[in-house]
Design a protein around this ligand. Sequence first.
Ligand code: SAM
Length: 295
Amino acid sequence: MHRMDDIASPRRTKEIIQRHGFSFKKSLGQNFLIDQNILGKIVEAAGLDSTKGALEIGPGIGALTEKLAQEAGAVTAVEIDQRLIPILQEVLEPYPHVRIHHGDVLKTDLDALFAEDFANVSKVSVVANLPYYVTTPILMKLLEEKLPLENIVVMIQKEVAERMAASPGTKDYGSLSIAVQYYSEPELVCIVPKTVFIPQPNVESAVIRLKVREQPPVEVDDEKFFFQVVHASFAQRRKTIANNLKTRFFPKEGREQLESLLHAAGIEPSRRGETLSLQEFATLSNVLLKGGVTS
Ligand code: SAM
């Protein structure tokens, strides 16, 4: 009888939780969605169809998973909490193209998982209401491992979403904006109130879509060094770029050499890191590397 309701309806969510004696673990970022409208917006933003696959991280009791199963040709969900596995098996039993993996997504070999679960779909998107305590490590793993992804559509803290999508010269712009924008085109889908979750989180939320790029938009000679330059440039936000880079790469002397390299890259040494575009960081790291600066 209970299948008549959507999993995400507050009534059915409570019924499932009570029947299984489930208690929420704050330490695992467990805030479940109970709003059909928001679930619909998340799934719609991913642009799925039966030829495509979806990877969900942290399915909880399967509210979003069920929606994904109705749209995508293959769905894989990775859940860390063993107590949720029997619940997921029960609620997703009508969908044979859904696979549940028990594990920590940060320790999961995603290349192997993709080869195994998504061999028969043309494109894969990550779609998730992420556990907020590990938002950045999860997203950086997905982007840095250069998985063959189309979109990443995720519910995250509003403040983190704003940092990811920020433009140069704004207070939110920093190394996270640059890392995310190097690998993807971020777009804020919607701001989400606390009332659509049980239990309600302490922070405001937002859905963001990262359209994964096939190629980075700038030419970088050494990616590892590029990100070292970016991190060093934001080490102390109120310092100039010259001072931050000096501390990191020229701890003893070499101020003149550094300033001439900055000029060669077309960057005034008195500027702050937060004013540099992605292209300027790329040019700067290439010029520093050619000038013999290393990590
Ligand atoms: N998708 C469900 C929903 O929207 O109602 C639940 C989302 S809840 C915000 C986050 C989920 O991620 C929880 O089910 C939690 O147990 C799971 N989780 C937390 N850390 C994880 C990790 N490292 N790997 C996989 N799942 C994780």
